[in-house]
Design a protein around this ligand. Structure first.
Ligand code: GDP
Length: 194
């Protein structure tokens, strides 16, 4: 089945986005596992499956070892299913992502979000970064440019609207995300014609 996969650190608002997209609740909570929602979505013409991958990164009460195992599972899932994955959506929290990335970089660690963004590119999965909780950010353009910089995309962010989708799921404002996903689906269908 063709699928669009969603991944992101825990608590970035992934479940809220999926609820906005599908109109029904996705399982929330810390239980790792893959949740799927097959079906037809009114914002796009074709059928596919939306896949919710477990949240990764820090979760209170979850052991480091277990968090690593979750990340390994996510990477393995993406690798194994890359042929059928039309788009990978990496959800991040606009309000904290740059700080978290910089904190890890200062410790000579590769930040999870940067690693996953690079990995999706390496395995040729078209990627959209859903920059959620934009309602909490007052320096919108600066924040999005800083984020592009951390992901290795030159500024200004406006040239990456197929990749960088600023949204506020809690407010039901996810238009830039559906637009970006749709643009990748259309690209692939055009390829099929030749
Ligand atoms: P998940 O762990 O990534 O699935 O995150 P959830 O969807 O459960 O959301 C985590 C928290 O972020 C909840 O308290 C949500 O209400 C909140 N949240 C989600 N989207 C937004 C948003 O656009 N803006 C703000 N301010 N909070 C949000």
């Amino acid at each position: 089945d063709a699928e669009v996969v969603f991944c992101g650190r825990s608590n970035v608002g992934k479940s809220t986005i999926l609820r906005e997209l599908t109109g029904h609740d996705f399982e929330t909570g810390k239980k790792p596992g893959v949740t799927r929602s097959p079906g037809h979505y009114d914002w796009v013409a074709e059928d596919f499956v939306l896949t919710d991958l477990p949240g990764f990164g820090f979760m209170s009460g979850v052991e480091e070892e277990h968090r690593e195992a979750i990340k390994t599972d996510i990477v393995r899932y993406l690798e194994t299913n890359s042929e059928q994955i039309l788009v990978g959506v990496l959800v991040i929290d606009a309000n904290s992502a740059v700080d978290i990335i910089d904190r890890h970089t200062e410790r000579d660690e590769i930040p999870h979000d940067v690693e996953l963004f690079g990995f999706l590119a390496d395995i040729d999965i078209p990627t959209v970064v859903a920059v959620n909780k934009m309602d909490k950010v007052d320096d919108r353009d600066e924040r999005l440019d800083a984020l592009c910089d951390r992901l290795g995309l030159p500024s200004p962010w406006q040239q990456w609207q197929d990749t960088i989708a600023p949204v506020s799921a809690k407010r039901g404002s996810i238009g830039p995300l559906t637009d970006a996903i749709r643009s990748h689906l259309h690209d692939q269908h055009r390829d099929d014609l030749f």
